[in-house]
Design a binder for this molecule. Structure first.
Ligand SMILES: [Zn+2]
Ligand SMILES: [Zn+2]
Length: 275
C-alpha cells in the first residue's frame, strides 16, 4: 500500500502528554488527505493507527486572539494526558520520557527541553492511500543508534546517497538501514514535493524539460556527525549546489538562512517554507 509522509516531529514533552503541533509547511498535505479544512477554533476527530491499534484523537485548529497575535494557524493533534495514546507514547518513547522527567527544573519553569540531536526520537505521521485517518510510526533512539553506528566510517555524500537510495539499489548490501532510510527518504520526498523539485538556493528544477526530478536532500549539519534527520536539518538543493557545498563546506547561518563560503562568498535561499 502506498504511504505518503504527512510530517515528522521530534518527540518532546508535549507529545508525551497532550498533543503534537503540526508545522505550518505540512498543513496543506494534511488537509488534502483528510479532504477537509478546519477554520480557527474548529476541531474534528481523527483515527490514528499505531502498531496495529487505532486511537481516536482530535485535530484542532486552535483559536487565538488574531488582533493580539499576528501569526498563522496553529494546527494540533490533541489528546489528554490520561488517554491510551499518551500512555502508549510514553512507553514507546521511554528514553525521551526519562530525560524530560529528570529535568525537573526546566519542567517547573515550563521551559522547552531540547535534547541533543543524537538522542532525539521521532514521530512519523503517514497517510495510507485509500485509508481514512493517519498512521503513526514511532522511531526511537534505540532504532536509530543501532543503524547509525555502522555509518561513522563513511564519507558524508555516500551516507546521503545511501539514505536516499531505493531499498533494492544494492548500494548497502552490508549495511542495514531500514528505519533510518525509510524515515530519511520519507522526509526528503515530502520536502522535495513541497518545493516542486526546485533548489532552495537557486530555484532551478533540473531535469524539468526531460521529465526527470533530479534534486537532492542535503543535511545542513552533516548527518555523519549530527545524526540529525529532522526536517529542520534538511535542505532541498540541485545537484550542482550539492556538489559545491560538499566540495567547499560552507557555513550555514541559521538565523539569516545563508551559506558563507571560505572565499567570503555569501548566498541565501530563494525558496524557504520550512527552515
Ligand atoms: Zn541550485
Ligand atoms: Zn549533502
Amino acid at each position: 500500500m502506498a504511504e505518503k509522509l504527512i510530517f515528522e516531529k521530534i518527540v518532546d514533552k508535549s507529545a508525551l502528554s497532550d498533543g503534537i503541533t503540526i508545522p505550518l509547511a505540512y498543513h496543506e498535505a494534511l488537509y488534502a488527505h483528510l479532504n477537509r479544512r478546519l477554520q480557527r477554533g474548529e476541531s474534528m476527530p481523527v483515527q490514528l493507527r499505531m502498531n496495529g491499534t487505532v486511537y481516536t484523537v482530535q485535530l484542532k485548529n486552535q483559536s487565538f486572539d488574531a488582533q493580539k497575535y499576528n501569526r498563522s494557524d496553529i494546527l494540533q493533534i490533541r489528546y489528554s494526558r490520561k488517554s491510551p495514546i499518551a500512555g502508549t507514547l510514553r512507553t514507546v518513547f521511554s528514553q525521551t520520557r526519562e530525560k524530560v522527567d529528570l529535568n525537573t527544573a526546566a519542567r517547573m519553569s515550563g521551559e522547552r527541553i531540547i535534547l541533543p540531536a543524537k538522542e532525539q526520537e521521532y514521530i512519523m505521521i503517514y497517510a495510507a492511500q485509500g485509508q481514512p485517518g493517519l498512521l503513526l510510526e514511532p522511531v526511537t533512539a534505540g532504532d536509530l543508534s543501532q543503524e547509525m553506528d555502522q555509518l561513522h566510517v563513511l564519507p558524508e555524500m555516500m551516507i546521503e546517497e545511501m539514505l536516499s537510495a531505493d531499498e533494492n539499489a544494492g548500494i548497502d548490501e552490508k549495511v542495514r538501514l531500514t528505519k533510518v532510510r525509510r524515515m530519511n527518504r520519507a522526509i526528503g520526498d515530502a520536502l522535495k514535493a513541497l518545493y516542486g523539485y526546485r533548489c532552495q538556493i537557486c530555484g532551478a528544477f533540473i531535469g524539468e524539460s526531460y521529465g526527470a526530478q533530479v534534486i537532492r536532500a542535503h543535511h545542513i549539519d552533516y548527518f555523519s556527525r549530527s545524526m540529525n534527520n529532522d526536517a529542520s536539518n534538511i535542505m532541498i538543493v540541485c545537484p550542482n549546489h550539492h556538489a559545491v557545498i560538499h566540495d567547499r563546506n560552507p557555513e550555514f547561518n541559521v538565523r539569516n538562512k545563508t551559506y558563507r563560503y571560505p572565499n567570503g562568498f555569501v548566498e541565501g535561499l530563494v525558496l524557504n517554507q520550512h527552515l
